[in-house]
Write a protein that binds this ligand. Structure first.
Ligand SMILES: *Cc1c(COP(=O)(O)O)cnc(C)c1O
Length: 227
């Protein structure tokens, strides 16, 4: 039987191999374990295998797991869409938010971030492949939003995130992730001190790393297919 520890080891090997092929340092790519739909026990197993950072899509589900796992020193990332009526829960429980695509949500998160907690680490979500109903700002709107978010007192802008549609061809996938990289470089070129390019999932982490990803978000390859 394949354990979660085995799967994490395999994913780490994939990350190392992809960094090697891209001439990059494996220490520059971090692994976010996407634990949506998994129970707390699976997360404990992953933690025992050395994993610290976990991503959740659904706010209420994430908050329940954060409470159930308070005894472990974990880092929690919100990677799902956030409605206005959920910002207080997110601001009060998560360490990171990857899905900032509206200033209004960012302003609420900043205003609601409790004083006793570190600033909320955030990424601007960009939509690079034009899915009209998908979340994320258009690349051309990212800089204006990033500047406004960077000015909010209780948020710390760390980078750019994207969820491109899967494509089967490696070169094509690398090109799509390359568009996310371009937005990241544009924002850095404008003087924003960003260090996080959150792109790449179970199926395409190699292409994302080839394009410059610094954080891959991996669910299925660690925890198995979601039911
Ligand atoms: C589910 C999810 C992932 C992980 O996807 P896998 O294909 O299971 O690795 C990554 N990012 C986001 C935003 C997700 O919703």
């Amino acid at each position: 039987m394949t354990t979660i520890a085995d799967s994490i080891q395999k994913v780490r090997e994939r990350i190392s191999a992809a960094c090697e092929s891209a001439g990059r340092n494996a220490a520059d790519v971090s692994l976010l374990a996407v634990s949506k739909t998994c129970g707390p026990e699976a997360i404990r197993e992953a933690h025992a295998a050395g994993q610290r950072a976990f991503g959740e899509n659904y706010v209420q589900e994430g908050v329940e797991k954060i409470a159930a796992l308070r005894d472990l020193p974990l880092e929690w990332h919100c990677i799902g869409p956030i409605q206005s009526n959920k910002t207080r829960l997110v601001a009060g429980h998560f360490d990171w938010v990857h899905t900032i695509d509206r200033l209004k949500i960012a302003e609420r998160l900043s205003a609601q971030r409790p004083e006793g907690m570190a600033p909320l680490q955030v990424c601007i979500q960009v939509n690079v492949d034009g899915g009209a109903t998908k979340s994320g700002v258009a690349p051309g709107e990212a800089l204006e939003l990033a500047r406004a978010v960077a000015a909010l007192p209780r948020l710390r802008l760390r980078g750019v995130m994207s969820i491109p549609e899967p494509v089967s061809d490696f070169a094509e996938a690398r090109a799509v992730h390359g568009r996310v990289r371009s937005v990241f470089e544009q924002l850095r070129g404008a003087g924003l001190p960003l260090d996080t390019l959150s792109t790449g999932m179970s199926a395409d982490l190699e292409a994302a790393i080839a394009a410059g990803s610094t954080m891959v978000r991996v669910g299925t390859a660690i925890f198995g297919a979601r039911g």
